[in-house]
Design a protein around this ligand. Structure first.
Ligand code: NAI
Length: 480
């Protein structure tokens, strides 16, 4: 704690470098900056205590400072152990008007390269606003902050935190340890927090999936807005963001020429579409794997060969998982790959690639090439290169999506926070998406910067196609 501000970041001395990047990013984030301007005087988030768990990058810094500019008090962590940009974290703590000696910004608990214990310690810090208060809003990416509250409430009701089973992943053991300490200290803490939270706004496909599961079983403790399925989020961030940051990650990690190589993209959803395009753009021959006939048909129509991983595992040079599913690339697959094949994941969690199985493969040896780049040498002498230890490589090996696309995602986030915070009681404990006129508004805010001239509907044309002159222009079932 310095100057009354709690935080845990790598080095406040990096703040100036972070501030320069934030300044440049603000110019590239017109939607977010326009939202700041629109709500500057009305301060709709005054009284909001937002617990944010989302990759602590330069772009996220602009989001955090927007929430603060709208009146919120904010605490922040990264939602991945490798995704923090330390200079951005430092700049947010120091604040635009502070100094490293007298920080005057926001409580951030995040640094690049956390251990799992540190990661969950940070996440727990989210829930300790000053004066014994917890948050009254959550902004989540992947659902870990939401998970901690839900598990906390479950174990507080049971009066006991169970032991991890033999087959439970290591991370679950760490979550249980984190909650054991909390429940021992205060057996009603998360129950109180869940009662206070007006809602959560969730950033990504995987976190949204978790929310719908909770809503289905009636276990969701507060209302949720699915930000991911705003069109201006998933059809932009997931696709065009990955089109930019996938090859950025591979290049920074390996500097291997992608042109001419064979690349396999597992999954052809929004992230898979952007990933495949980015590899093809570099001149790779791209092969797609899918389980869904519709996405498989899309991939083949887009000109990619579609086959199974088993069929091509021996001939490809680069493998990327984008499924949000688990056990996509197994240890056995990896043992059959070419010498120095590159293996990486851009889906949310690290279980798409069976890292635990790889580590346990008899005779396998792990060699660090540099942080977040590891060579695994098999007993027969051939090796593969694994990026970011199987965690999302565009944030582990590079700096994630660029500002312009994140401006779309984060404008949706800000609008969703305002919606749930200012309308308590209007939403049930269900999962909602933002109405289409707000989705269209987000897009509109980004047109000028790119020199787009929009055609205006005449009254007669609007009546002919059955829409209002000012939108929404499509029915909810339209798919873009
Ligand atoms: P999506 O649901 O649109 O796409 C996933 C695709 O994988 C689907 O088409 C599905 O049929 C396919 N799939 C599932 N199991 C498969 C299997 N065994 N083999 C082959 N294909 C399989 O989801 P989206 O939006 O593309 O997100 C994918 C993941 O990426 C999620 O975990 C999401 O949270 C994450 N994400 C990561 C980002 C990043 O910056 N790294 C950005 C946005 C999302």
């Amino acid at each position: 704690k310095v100057n009354g501000l709690e935080f845990a970041v790598r080095d406040l001395g990096l703040a100036e470098a972070g501030r320069h990047q934030i300044r440049l990013a603000e110019h590239e984030m017109p939607g977010l900056m326009a939202t700041r301007g629109e709500y500057a005087s009305s301060q709709p988030l005054r009284g909001a205590r937002i617990a944010g768990s989302l990759h602590m990058t330069v772009q996220t810094a602009v989001l955090i400072e927007t929430l603060v500019a709208l009146g919120a008090e904010v605490r922040w962590v990264s939602c991945n152990i490798f995704s923090t940009q330390d200079e951005a974290a430092a700049a947010v703590v120091v604040g635009a008007d502070g100094t490293p000696e007298a920080p005057a910004g926001v409580s951030v608990f995040a640094w690049k390269g956390e251990s799992l214990e540190e990661y969950w310690w940070c996440t727990d810090q989210l829930f300790q606003f000053g004066g014994g208060e917890g948050p009254n809003m959550i902004l989540d990416d992947g659902g870990d902050a939401t998970l901690l509250v839900h598990k906390g409430v479950e174990f507080e009701a049971a009066g006991v935190v169970p032991q991890a089973g033999e087959d439970d992943p290591e991370e679950y053991r760490v979550i249980l340890e984190t909650l054991r300490a909390s429940v021992a200290a205060d057996g009603k803490r998360f129950t109180r927090i869940a009662g206070e939270v007006r809602g959560v706004t969730e950033e990504t496909t995987t976190g949204v999936h978790r929310l719908y599961e909770l809503a289905k079983t009636g276990d969701l403790l507060f209302p949720a807005i699915n930000v991911n399925d705003s069109v201006t989020k998933s059809k932009f961030d997931n696709k065009y963001g990955c089109r930019h940051s996938l090859v950025d990650g591979i290049n920074r990690a390996t500097d291997v020429l992608i042109g001419g190589k064979v690349a396999v993209v597992c999954g052809y959803g929004d992230v898979g579409k952007g990933s495949a395009e980015s590899l093809r753009g570099q001149g790779a021959r791209v092969i797609v794997t899918e389980i869904d006939p519709i996405c498989a048909l899309q991939a083949v129509m887009d000109g990619y060969q579609v086959t199974t991983l088993d069929d091509v595992v021996e001939i490809a040079d680069i493998f990327v998982t984008t499924t949000g599913n688990f056990d996509i690339i197994t240890a056995e697959h990896m043992s059959r790959m070419k010498h120095q094949a590159i293996v990486g994941n851009i889906g949310h969690f690290d279980n798409e690639i069976d890292m635990a199985g790889l580590e346990k493969t008899p005779g396998v040896r792990k060699q660090e090439i540099k942080p977040q780049v590891h060579e695994y040498v098999f007993a027969d002498g051939h090796s593969i290169i694994v990026l970011s230890e199987g965690r999302l490589l565009n944030l582990g090996n590079a700096t994630g999506h660029p500002s312009f696309v994140m401006s779309n995602s984060f404008t949706n986030q800000t609008i969703a926070q305002i919606e749930l915070f200012t309308k308590p009681g209007e939403y049930d404990k269900q999962v909602y998406v933002l109405p289409k006129h707000l989705d269209e508004k987000v897009a509109r805010l980004h047109l000028d910067a790119l020199g787009v001239k929009l055609t205006k509907l005449s009254k007669e044309q609007a009546a002919y196609i059955g829409v209002d002159v000012d939108g929404p222009y499509k029915p909810d079932h339209y798919r873009y």
